[in-house]
Design a protein around this ligand. Structure first.
Ligand code: GLN
Length: 209
């Protein structure tokens, strides 16, 4: 076992590890039997069959991925259909359009949505609560929101997986891309990671014919 990855029989999945809550995602992936690889360089990214983009600070993730030569390979992989799962800042990175971005902030894109950063008011910028996600089946998910974004508009190519009682969209999906405003890896909720790993398994199966 190396420091950078863990041995498992499951698929080899990356967690973008330049900034943000990387450890919690690695732990969740390992719990679900995947091999988790911390991705900081293009050479590491080239070895994985899916990528999780963690929460953190999206403008920093944007700058660092450009600086480390990862932004363009990630964009190409999205176009080629690699499954990716973004939580919070990760959702921001997967959005085609942003509201309240900092000057010059870029995203990878791929989700036909407009995402508003830091969308909850100051008093309620962090909270935890149940969110119904019908397509996951079963009980509502326990969702931790930490200065999270919301999805302002959803284009025709993306679909809504979950909204709060006030109508704020907090989970979307488009093809192999999944983006959510909150942190299931912190509240110990495995079903989004399972859904992502299912996409990864399907893609491996297609590739291996
Ligand atoms: N507010 C952060 C941003 O704009 C996201 C917060 C988070 O990922 N927990 O990138």
């Amino acid at each position: 076992m190396t420091q950078e990855s863990t041995k498992a029989d499951g698929p080899r999945v990356g967690v973008l590890a330049l900034q943000g809550d990387v450890r919690e995602h690695v732990a969740m992936l390992e719990r679900l039997g995947a091999e988790a690889v911390r991705v900081r360089r293009p050479e590491e990214f080239a070895t994985v069959d899916g990528l999780i983009i963690p929460g953190g600070e999206s403008s920093v993730i944007d700058k660092l991925t450009r600086m480390f030569g990862l932004a363009d390979p990630i964009r190409e992989a999205i176009r080629a259909g690699m499954p990716m799962f973004g939580t919070c800042a990760g959702l921001i990175m997967l959005a085609d359009r942003l509201v309240d971005a900092i000057d010059g902030q870029q995203t990878f894109g791929g989700l036909d949505v407009t995402v508003r950063r830091n969308a909850f008011g100051r008093q309620v910028d962090s909270f935890e609560g149940p969110v119904a996600v019908p397509s996951l089946g079963g009980d509502p998910v326990r969702a931790a929101f930490i200065r999270g974004p919301v999805v302002d508009t959803v284009g025709p190519d993306a679909s809504v997986l979950a909204a709060l009682d006030d109508g704020s969209v907090v989970a979307v999906e488009q093809g192999n891309l999944l983006g959510i405003s909150f942190h299931p890896e912190i509240s110990g909720e495995p079903r989004f990671h399972e859904r992502f790993l299912q996409r990864v398994a399907e893609r491996i199966a297609v590739r291996e014919g």
